[in-house]
Design a binder for this molecule. Structure first.
Ligand code: MN
Length: 292
């Protein structure tokens, strides 16, 4: 078995706002060499690095908008997000929680800072990922998987040096909290300074890690600092992560779907025609109704 080497370490780009509540650095598909096809099935990664929002009487966020053809995964590291959707679902994503929403055939939703968080203001840090759906599942029924912090399965590393929280996929026999439509792994790796972990994904999986807190060294070679991302080569399987400081690292590895991608704003399908259909269905109100 061969080492999976780092292809490149990527610094966060200049942030932009999604609505007025999410100050994000886009990594996928915005970074050259990390487009939807390259990172398939991870087709979008927005990262709100730690940012202090001042108190606001009106919750900041993003109003009603549609999605079709993929899943959105929201990981809250700091602060709280309130959401609502056209199927009547809604709730709060608290610190440490993960929300896995399957947009499938179509959903309308809105995402805002939670009311009390908004009133008080505070540190906000989150990741939103879009995970593509295989062609055969793009029109599946919308659904949510809400993973509360304490329910996320985790593997404890030796000598109390940390843990691997398994959001999806599997680590060392521990199965993830979320079910997925294609094979992928998603972990929050938490290490104390000096701790290390060995991970392994098949060579052809598109793989990366994002340092949420602290500083790490990958394969005793590549230093990756807070808010930086390491993209792995599609060769080799094993890689090691050593914490130079207490660290939290989001780790992703997924088998490419290898299907054509047609993307337009909030719709990600396989063909242009399906995108036109999505826009038509949306305009005809087929995604349901949600008050703004
Ligand atoms: Mn959305």
């Amino acid at each position: 078995m061969k080492t999976k080497d780092v292809e490149k370490v990527v610094a966060p780009q200049r942030p932009h706002y999604v609505g007025d509540g999410f100050r994000v650095h886009n990594f996928i598909p915005g970074i050259p060499g990390m487009d939807m096809q390259r990172m398939d099935p991870f087709i979008m990664l927005d990262y709100n690095s730690k940012f202090h929002f001042p108190p606001s009487a009106r919750p900041k966020g993003v109003g009603v908008h549609p999605h079709r053809g993929f899943e959105t995964v929201t990981i809250a590291y700091k602060g709280r997000i309130e959401h609502g959707d056209s199927s009547g679902g809604g709730g709060v994503i608290g610190e440490g929680d993960v929300q896995w929403m399957t947009a499938g055939a179509g959903i309308l939703h809105k995402e805002f800072h939670e009311t009390n968080f908004s009133k008080e203001g505070g540190e906000f840090q989150m990741v939103q990922l879009w995970v593509n759906l295989p062609a055969k599942d793009k029109m599946t029924m919308p659904k949510y998987q809400g993973l509360l912090k304490d329910s996320i399965p985790s593997h404890q590393l030796e000598n109390g040096m940390g843990s691997v929280e398994v959001i999806a996929g599997e680590y060392n026999g521990v199965k993830g909290g979320a079910s997925t439509f294609s094979p992928l792994h998603m972990y929050n790796l938490k290490l104390k300074a000096g701790g290390n972990a060995t991970l392994s994904f098949p060579a052809h999986y598109n793989s990366l890690l994002l340092v949420i807190e602290g500083r790490i060294k990958v394969n005793d070679q590549d230093v990756v600092s807070t808010d930086h991302l390491a993209l792995f080569k599609n060769e080799g399987e094993h890689f090691s992560v050593q914490a130079e400081e207490d660290a939290v690292v989001l780790v992703l590895g997924g088998e490419p779907l290898n299907e054509s991608i047609a993307a337009h704003g909030p719709f990600v399908m396989n063909t242009r025609q399906e995108i036109m259909q999505a826009m038509e269905d949306y305009n005809l109100g087929k995604f349901g109704y949600l008050e703004g």
